[in-house]
Ligand binder design. Structure first.
Ligand code: ADP
Ligand code: MG
Length: 393
């Protein structure tokens, strides 16, 4: 999705006021009635209606008059609110090129005041990019459409909390910088997704290191649940960094063993296929039937020894509440057909490796020193206090 931040730069204080009013209205309305938006924004002389037209023109809002005259935020509108908040907080000052399209996210480079380049992940849950979306739809049918925004916000919140906790326990993950709405800011990893790597100097070492991570995470009480060649970055020194955490679960999850085995299997399968790693001798029995004897070398879920100070317990006590966890897990569990990222981005294999390399450069960054200064409070209040009225966005 195109993110034209140029538009953002010229949005006025009133534009943001009205955009924020729509966001607030969406806490209890799928489509926010125009009068309600006008009341929340309380611009002088009926100014809200003119502003709504402008926001509509820039595709920050969607107009719906099927039941009554009203508006809802588009993802772009939500993006702008998050970006604006981050810029006001001083997290970054400009937005650069898109560096990743995940199955349910868009990743961009952003730059800080001192020129450091970071990665911005905008979560887009519900994007119709893979088969399982149907089962997700079934789960969400009884919820209003703003659930997509709610779930994207949860995914960001969860990813941020887990990344931070993993980092604190010495796991190789990006540094978690900040989080707002559906947006996570993290350090930029200098490397390639493993899926794009055709050759390794030391495939055995890399394999063992990666497998070691699955085991060590489980010892700390966590399972990645999407641990595959798309979510492991590798640099020129063959150092690895894992990414993409919204779907992680605790080892106490009812399907923990299945998720653990699936993560392990993904790694075995990929290394066997791509790097011809031979994990087992094929034993040929008298009757010529082959027995796969690599089971012995596979880490078994039942053998995992839990360390003290488990991360899953720590995270339960963090900002990511039980209810939010349950909502996310319903979403993930409903996703029966999902196998891995492979389905949605299967063509990544063919991509030119050179292009995908994340080399930090400040070329083509759009500066976001805003023309107008927004009332930070309105936006900040709204984003930090989302739980009112039992409706979330
Ligand atoms: P999704 O949840 O949609 O799969 P990911 O977090 O896996 O999203 O990110 C998608 C792609 O974006 C990754 O495969 C990677 O190429 C790129 N990417 C994500 N995070 C970073 C980062 N911190 N640094 C560099 N590239 C990243
Ligand atoms: Mg991914």
């Amino acid at each position: 999705m195109k993110l034209d931040v140029n538009v953002l730069r010229y949005l006025s204080k009133d534009d943001f006021r009205v955009l924020t009013a729509v966001e607030m209205g969406m806490r209890n309305h799928e489509i926010v009635p125009s009068e309600l938006i006008a009341r929340i924004a309380s611009l002088k002389h009926g100014g809200t209606y003119k502003v709504l037209k402008n926001l509509l023109k820039h595709k920050l809002l969607h107009h719906d008059s099927s039941k009554y005259d009203g508006f809802r935020l588009t993802y772009l509108g939500y993006d702008f609110l998050a970006i604006k908040t981050m810029v006001n907080r001083g997290v970054f000052v400009s937005v650069g090129r898109q560096i990743g399209v995940g199955k349910e996210s868009d990743i961009f480079e952003v730059a800080t005041e001192d020129g450091t380049i970071l990665a911005m992940k905008l979560h887009r849950l519900g994007r119709t990019s893979f088969r399982a979306v149907k089962s997700k739809r079934d789960y969400l049918r009884h919820r209003s459409s703003f659930s997509w925004l709610y779930l994207s916000r949860l995914a960001a919140l969860k990813e941020f909390a887990f990344m931070k906790a993993l980092e604190e326990h010495g796991f190789p993950v990006p540094h978690a910088v900040d989080c707002n709405r559906h947006c996570v800011i993290m350090s930029l990893i200098n490397g390639y997704p493993l899926v794009q790597v055709k050759q390794l100097q030391n495939p055995d070492t890399v394999f063992e290191r990666i497998l070691g991570l699955v085991v060590r995470m489980a010892e700390h009480g966590l399972i990645h649940c999407d641990f595959n060649e798309f979510n492991i970055m590798i640099d020129d020194d063959e150092q690895i960094t894992m990414i993409d955490f919204p779907q992680m679960v605790s080892v106490s999850h009812q399907n923990a063993k299945m998720y653990f085995d699936r993560d392990v299997e993904c790694i075995f399968k990929f290394f066997r296929k791509r790097f011809n790693l031979n994990f087992h001798e094929i034993e040929v029995e008298d009757d010529n039937s082959e027995i796969d004897s690599d089971e012995g070398s596979r880490p078994q879920f039942s053998d995992i020894e839990k360390v003290s100070g488990r991360l899953d317990k720590e995270l339960e006590a963090s900002g990511f509440t039980k209810k939010e966890q349950v909502d996310m897990e319903k979403f993930i569990d409903g996703d029966d057909e999902k196998e891995s990222d492979t389905e949605s981005v299967g063509t990544a294999d063919e991509e030119d490796i050179g292009d995908a390399r994340n080399e930090a450069s400040l070329k083509n960054f759009e500066s976001l020193s805003f023309v107008s200064k927004v009332e930070d409070n309105l936006i900040e209040d709204n984003s930090e206090n989302n739980e009112t009225n039992g409706q979330e966005i």
